[in-house]
Design a protein around this ligand. Structure first.
Ligand code: HGY
Ligand code: MN
Ligand code: MN
Length: 413
């Protein structure tokens, strides 16, 4: 039994055409009109399958095939994108989930448990922070009220945007605890391709620390202000950016640091800036080293504030410790992938995913497919069709097997 590769690929294309950007990618920032159109398309496909559709207070959509009994085996991911998104990040996990159900229905094979597909709100965290917000609320890690009161980088209130796109649902938060959760996702990195391995059995997700840093100095004339009298936030922002790169290189291992966003004000050629607002994305698989990185950055910024005569205030946008997935699910993914005749390797995820939030409440793991040249969060993101299709077939088998497995009572069954 195999999924329909033709249908999967054509649906990936149809979804990619919503919010299209040059280079074949998509821009569907969370809770924008493009996100709404993507949601509407998925809901249509869920309705065509006769799934029971529930939408909760943060707009998470869950389509359930109500067969068998007990808590569902859940899959899914997200369809919101970064501004320069590719066509597979998140979308693959949602569409492969629909494929699994449609293929089993067509084969008249019904599992002993319900199967469900989740479309989680605001996984990217590009417009509203933190990332993985919808699945975090679904798993009970963030209060719905707090999420609804989040303000976006463009000044919009999340609750208003959710109402505007008409996806403020009434299903309870936290969501019903699944029996197990498995997510198919592109690796978004270079490891599988570099190792010549077809699939990843994902062991966990690295810790994530996101901060917003506001540097305030003294706006002044670029021509008349002597260098010794400047309190220049742009210079301080540059020093912080260089420090983060050097810190990551010094710590080595899985340490990564990124300054992805810098807003200079007033951003004019002949004005020493008044302020600089930047974001820090610091990640590591090891929580203690991540904490060390955070404190070294804090110390550096403190010293810089004094030496440059600027004020620096920080705001935490997201902070998630490393997550370890359930060995039973990882083992299952690894053995099924091998039984499909494909090579597989165990690996941590560098990117954040909804699965890391579901792992708080039920046995979870992920299946990775390779990303060509390791590129993602970029319209050039690409994964070979065979990898998409074979990955979906592994997802199908994994969900089928999970539906027949009995986990201990902690999964709420
Ligand atoms: O930032 C991440 O790792 C994810 O794409 N939200
Ligand atoms: Mn993703
Ligand atoms: Mn992403």
């Amino acid at each position: 039994m195999h999924v329909s590769g033709t249908r999967l690929l054509s649906r990936l294309q149809e979804l990619a055409d919503i919010g299209p950007i040059p280079g074949g990618g998509s821009c569907r920032l969370a809770l924008t009109d493009e996100d709404r159109l993507g949601r509407d398309l998925i809901v249509t496909w869920m309705k065509d399958l006769g799934l029971e559709i529930s939408i909760d207070g943060i707009g998470n959509i869950v389509g359930t095939w109500n067969v068998g009994c007990g808590a569902p085996v859940m899959t899914g991911s997200h369809i919101d994108t970064v501004r320069t998104g590719g066509r597979y990040d998140g979308n693959l996990g949602v569409l492969a989930g629909l494929e699994v159900i449609e293929t089993l229905m067509a084969a008249q094979l019904s599992p002993p448990r319900p199967l469900s597909v989740g479309v989680f709100t605001n996984e990217e965290g590009a417009r509203f922070q933190p990332d993985m917000m919808g699945s975090l609320v679904f798993a009970g890690g963030m209060a719905l009220e707090e999420a609804l009161n989040t303000v976006s980088i463009d000044g919009a209130l999340l609750a208003d945007e959710l109402n505007r796109i008409e996806y403020a649902g009434s299903s309870p938060s936290p969501g019903a605890v699944p029996h197990a959760f498995v997510e198919l996702h592109i690796e978004q990195g270079p490891l599988l391709e570099a190792q010549g391995v077809r699939f990843g059995a994902v062991t966990g997700v690295q810790g994530i620390s996101w901060q917003e840093v506001l540097i305030e100095g003294q706006s002044n004339h670029a021509g008349t202000t002597p260098m010794s009298l400047r309190h220049d936030p742009a210079f301080v922002a540059a020093k912080i950016t260089v420090f983060l790169r050097e810190l990551a290189e010094r710590l080595g291992g899985h340490q990564v640091c990124t300054v992805g966003k810098i807003d200079i004000h007033p951003n004019l050629i002949n004005v020493v800036p008044k302020s600089a607002l930047l974001t820090l994305d610091i990640r590591n698989t090891d929580e203690l080293i991540l904490q060390q990185a955070e404190s070294e950055v804090a110390e550096f910024m403190n010293a810089l504030a004094h030496s440059e005569g600027v004020s620096i205030t920080t705001r935490i946008l997201a902070r998630f410790e490393p997550v370890v997935f359930d060995p039973r699910v990882i083992d299952l993914i690894e053995s099924l992938t091998e039984s499909h005749g494909h090579s597989v390797m165990r690996m941590p995820s560098g990117a954040g995913h909804d699965a890391q939030m579901l792992a708080r409440v039920c046995p979870s793991s992920m299946i990775f497919t390779p990303s060509v040249l390791g590129i993602s969060h970029n319209p050039a993101e690409f994964t070979e069709p065979d990898d998409l299709i074979d990955g979906s077939n592994i997802l199908l088998d994994t969900m089928w097997q999970l539906a027949h497995m009995n986990f201990d009572e902690k999964t709420g069954d």
